[in-house]
Ligand binder design. Sequence first.
Ligand code: FES
Ligand code: FES
Length: 154
Amino acid sequence: MSTRITVNGESRMVDAAPDTPLLYVLRNDLGLNGPKYGCGLGQCGACAAIIGGNLVRTCSMPLRDVENDHVTTLEGLGSVENPHTLQKAFIAEQAAQCGYCTSGIIMAAKVLLDRNRNPDDEDIKNALADHLCRCGTHNRVVRAVRRAAVELAR
Ligand code: FES
Ligand code: FES
């Protein structure tokens, strides 16, 4: 069965069962490896993408529920040649170690900064509280988001 979704501004037809997790479609059918498979249970945040301005855990979102929706993954924020301000800030603050959690955290930070241009550390920590990082990059992540907020305010 085919389902139409818009991913990173491009309309795509996907041939997959309607109950296929969106994460599998993004990675396996569309070749978008920004979102990661962590827990597969909606608990770690590694698979997060943005749909309609909201952060969504794509491992727990069936394809049928995003038909005709606009999905943004990390690849839709920026590229190696033209990184998003958040991506630049994460590099500047060395806010990734293994990087497995980083895509989901950057997507969560994007939603935060879209809603709050001047977050304090508490706002940042609250926005990222449900994203697990086994490498312990939390302090650097907070600094990176703060740096991005300052850059975006210029
Ligand atoms: S893989 Fe989706 S929340 Fe962990
Ligand atoms: S950088 Fe390794 S899990 Fe976060």
